[in-house]
Design a protein around this ligand. Structure first.
Ligand SMILES: Nc1nc2c(c(=O)[nH]1)N[C@H]1C(S)=C(S)[C@@H](COP(=O)(O)O)O[C@H]1N2
Ligand SMILES: [Mo]
Length: 201
């Protein structure tokens, strides 16, 4: 069983579970405002410099799960396509092209914002957004689009799937209580911002 499954991480597919996805055949097309739009195949993705971030996915539905997420930096992808200076938002599209979400360029360039293909050294399964998902621990989990197939570099903001249904566009993590899945779902207080520490620590 995968570590995320062992930790009883909820499986969210608001648009419906995509079923079995072919990892070897996966690709992510990156376009929009850049000099060198490019399709990144699975082979290219796993041969790029790997970044492992020890970070938490924290949902506005109040669960938080921590571990080592492995993948490639979104900033490396932006460099590879020669993103233009006009880019202000990075828009991620999930398989089926129903779920999308956008994050500001400065957040996209931060060190822990990655396209993740691993959790605790295991490839991500479909339930958790495999083969490759957005992972942005600085913002609520709905900014971490699962099973990403397309990235658009934009000069303006568009609300995504959950933002159109009422979740805040900025997705800033606010103080409150969450279920810490790494501690069996214990309810713990968090300050605002990226969840690195709990207030009871
Ligand atoms: N395609 C897609 N991506 C998604 C979602 C979704 O429903 N569909 N849910 C989001 C939300 S609200 C959260 S908290 C995380 C949950 O990730 P998990 O299902 O791997 O726990 O994925 C985000 N990415
Ligand atoms: Mo969420």
């Amino acid at each position: 069983m995968s570590r995320l499954k062992e930790l009883k991480t909820p499986v969210f597919w608001a648009e419906g579970h995509p079923g079995i996805l072919d990892r070897e055949d996966w690709s992510i097309s990156v376009g929009g405002l850049c000099k060198n739009p490019k399709i990144f195949t699975w082979q290219e993705i796993i041969s790029m410099h790997k970044t492992v971030v020890d970070a938490r996915l924290t949902s506005v539905t109040r669960f938080s799960v921590s571990g080592k997420w492995g993948g490639i930096k979104v900033s490396d992808v932006l460099d590879a396509v020669e993103a233009s200076d006009e880019v202000r938002y990075v828009r991620f599209w999930s398989v089926k092209n129903i779920y999308d979400t956008s994050i500001p360029i400065d957040v996209a360039k931060r060190e822990k914002t990655i396209l993740a293909y691993e959790f605790e050294s295991e490839y991500l399964e479909e339930d958790y957004g495999g083969p490759v998902r957005g992972f942005c621990p600085y913002l609520w989990g709905y900014k971490s689009a699962k099973s990403v197939v397309k990235i658009e570099l934009m000069d303006r903001y568009v609300s995504g799937f959950w933002e159109l249904r009422g979740y805040p566009d900025d997705a800033l993590i606010t103080a409150g209580k969450v279920r810490d899945l790494n501690q069996g779902g214990r309810i713990r207080p968090i300050p605002g911002g990226e969840v690195i520490t709990f207030l009871d620590e």
